[in-house]
Write a protein that binds this ligand. Structure first.
Ligand code: D5M
Ligand code: FE
Ligand code: ZN
Length: 583
């Protein structure tokens, strides 16, 4: 199969790179895309492969383009084409006759690598930096990609119906995969791996919640005219009052108003939201243990605060996300579930193959938001659907699949609820034994959640177990499985990835609450609910990334229809999203 839209340009068949990658994987290697491209284009691929493997230094895990060139030496590279010339365009390559021809035909070496927007005017390049709505009302319809093409959404605002643009799968013919590691930057923040302090004692939880309160209250202090619970309690009735607190209880009164108990470090104070107030419409999105601010008036006896205004820590309306200063992309995926009978290996391999094509040349980062494997004993009767029953074997198999991904892509992984780390959040990154199994890619293995800054763009990666809870607790219109990004908006508003304690989401006590969003992320990336959905909340891109596991028996029983085999690709320089479907 040729790449669609390749025209008269001869490209490597899509299957070829993955086949080579698998072959190399069977020898224990992962490989740079450039190395694989060179092998694929060698006249005798099999022979070149064998030579390259032989020539690779003992103990090396990664086959580089340099290794391949060294191994191939004088072997003529008869199947090269202009794109491959650019593909192999590292400065220190050994030129061949073909190289020279191609160089003169296509590229003087000064052209800025391909810009999809420039190639195809129908593609939005994300010029709109406008502030999108706050997630209420207009919901995006862009929750489905299309088979065999890509779906683009502009980087500006949360799109209304019809803003989707279906893209023919035109290769970015100018793309030069520079893959220059010196241009890359990847920083990890909020990684609690190796820093767990909690012993599970009651006092530890107190410390965690105090820390949560202090930090989230900090985001509200400037906006809310507040006093602490004890001070309000001591004041005479009447007059204005405001408080910042953690919600310890919410209940409706006999007359249909809402009584919210707010707790701070000094005590608890009852606040009443009258049912006829506008803000009463916000009560149904409140969760226990989130931090909010209120302002209003005290009752005559001073015993209750009548709420007029309610504040969330929230994302500032004027928030301006950072962008990369070069055209580089990250693929955002999750929920691979290797080891499950429903893991869709074909879709995965098609995705991995595609990553080797020029179209994907800009993808230099792969972020995986948890559930690498299916795990064991995660849900009742799960074992009946296991393809691989041993957890370590599952990670071994996952590692093999990961080897199909180009070796020059930086991989970042956080765990999910199916992974072999503690279930309570924050979850530390994989332990040594699992890292040992997954060494092939030298992936960055960090905690769930973690703040991953890629070329200046901060991506909050969180697996997403709390999304089930948000969806269960909030009305359908504010959070549902078909629009998982809307549930994510709620977490952004609360500036916390898993506010509610004691429910579905298990929380671990730590001296610091790692689940607080101290900083507003530029991108919020989750998975878990196995649905694809994305949109912008006050300029923050929320992406829930679908899965690689077909519907399980349980999901069928509760009507969860998973979005399988989608790869959302983020332009780091514009924060535009492209979604590609693999089946
Ligand atoms: O969960 C994928 C989605 O399906 C997530 O929304 C939870 C839900 N799910 C799946 N299996 C179960 C069972 N057995 N009970 C409750 N909810 C379930 P993931 O954890 O990624 O498999
Ligand atoms: Fe999952
Ligand atoms: Zn999950």
């Amino acid at each position: 199969m040729l790449l669609p839209g390749a025209g008269n340009v001869r490209l490597v068949p899509l299957e070829e790179p993955a086949r080579i990658a698998r072959e190399l994987a069977s020898h224990g290697y992962t490989a740079d895309r450039e190395a694989i491209t060179l092998l694929a284009r060698a006249e005798d691929t099999a022979g070149a492969l064998a030579l390259a493997v032989e020539a690779t230094p003992d103990g090396a895990l990664k086959l580089t383009a340099e290794d391949v060139r060294d191994a191939l030496g004088g072997i003529p590279q008869g199947r090269r084409d202009p794109i491959s010339e650019e593909d192999s365009g590292s400065a220190d390559r050994k030129p061949t006759d073909n190289d020279l021809d191609d160089a003169s035909a296509t590229n003087d070496g000064t052209v800025r690598p391909g810009d999809a927007g420039a190639k195809d005017p129908s593609v939005s390049t994300g010029d709109g930096d406008g502030i999108s709505n706050d997630g209420a009302g207009s919901s995006p319809v862009e929750t489905k990609g299309s088979s065999g093409g890509e779906t683009r959404v502009s980087g500006g605002s949360e799109p209304a119906t019809g803003v989707l643009e279906e893209q023919p799968a035109t290769p970015d013919a100018e793309a030069t995969r520079t893959a220059d590691p010196s241009l890359r930057s990847l920083d990890i923040g909020n990684d609690m791996t190796g820093h767990s302090t909690g012993t599970g004692e009651y006092e530890d939880f107190v410390a965690t919640f105090r820390d949560r309160y202090e930090r989230l209250a900090g985001t509200l202090r400037g906006r809310v005219n507040h006093r602490n619970a004890t001070a309000i309690d001591a004041s005479p009735g009447g007059g204005d009052a405001g408080m910042i607190g953690m919600i310890s209880d919410i209940r409706s009164t006999a007359s249909g108003h809402w009584l919210i108990e707010l707790e701070d470090t000094t005590g608890v104070f009852p606040c009443l939201v009258m049912k006829d107030k506008d803000i009463a419409g916000l009560v149904d999105e409140l969760l226990y243990d989130e931090v909010i601010g209120v302002e209003g008036t005290l009752s005559d006896d001073g015993g209750i605060l009548f709420v007029d205004d309610l504040y969330f820590p929230d994302v500032p309306r004027t928030y301006e996300p950072s962008t990369a200063d070069r055209h580089v992309q990250a693929a955002l995926i999750s929920d691979v579930h290797v080891g499950s009978q429903e893991f869709v290996a074909d879709a995965w391999s098609e995705f991995a193959s595609w990553l080797h094509t020029p179209e994907a040349a800009r993808i230099e980062y792969l972020l995986i938001a948890g559930d690498m494997v299916e795990g064991v004993g995660v849900y009742p009767d799960q074992d009946e659907e296991l393809d691989i029953v041993d957890i370590f074997d599952q990670y071994r198999a996952f590692s093999e699949y990961l080897k199909e991904v180009p070796g020059d892509i930086e991989v970042v992984m956080i765990p999910g609820n199916h992974d072999a780390v503690r279930l309570a959040e924050p979850q530390p990154g994989f332990d040594e034994e699992l890292r040992e199994i997954m060494t092939a890619h030298d992936a960055r293995i960090v905690s769930n959640p973690a703040l991953v800054t890629v070329e200046g763009v901060s991506v909050l990666m969180y697996h997403g177990v709390s999304l089930d809870e948000v969806i269960a607790e909030l009305p359908e219109g504010k959070a549902n499985y078909d629009e998982p990004h809307r549930a994510m908006y709620q977490l952004l508003k609360k500036r916390h990835v898993a506010p509610q304690f004691g429910g579905h989401t298990r929380l671990a006590p730590e001296s610091k609450d790692y689940l607080v969003m101290d900083e507003v992320p530029d991108v919020f990336h989750t998975g878990h609910v196995h649905k694809l959905g994305w949109g912008k909340y006050r300029n923050v891109l929320a992406v829930n990334s679908g899965c690689w596991q077909a519907q399980t028996a349980f999901q069928e029983s509760v009507n969860i229809d998973p979005d399988v085999g989608y790869a959302p690709v983020l332009d780091l320089d514009t924060l535009d999203m492209t979604v590609r479907k693999f089946t």
